[in-house]
Design a protein. Sequence first.
Length: 132
Amino acid sequence: IFYNTLADTLQLVEAPPIEFLHRLITPYSLDNAKKTLENSKMSLDEAFAHMGRMLAREEKFVHALSIVWLQRYGKNFGITQQELTRRFAEYERDNIFKGTNLLSQRIAALGPQKSVELYIKNPDALFKGISN
């Protein structure tokens, strides 16, 4: 992904790790969705809706990981807390990302490694109580 170097610093810093994380996480998202679909009697429409929910979960998870990372390292790039607060608030205005901030708090409490393990092995536990 290429960005105009005139874009704000937050966009330049945020986008590459998010896209890299998607590349790493997508196979697990698809595998979890496949496991559910294999033992299900869902109609085709229900299966497509389920896939949509699983991919939306991936979006939330990846962006929540990026929130944790930006909170820790953002100031190293000259990103202010005000810029981060504004950016993180944007997630809650978009239905696909609603709950991302809550998930980021859960990830911060569990730690990124444990959170990734949960995402892979038991995503329902990780997302319990977070809108889907």
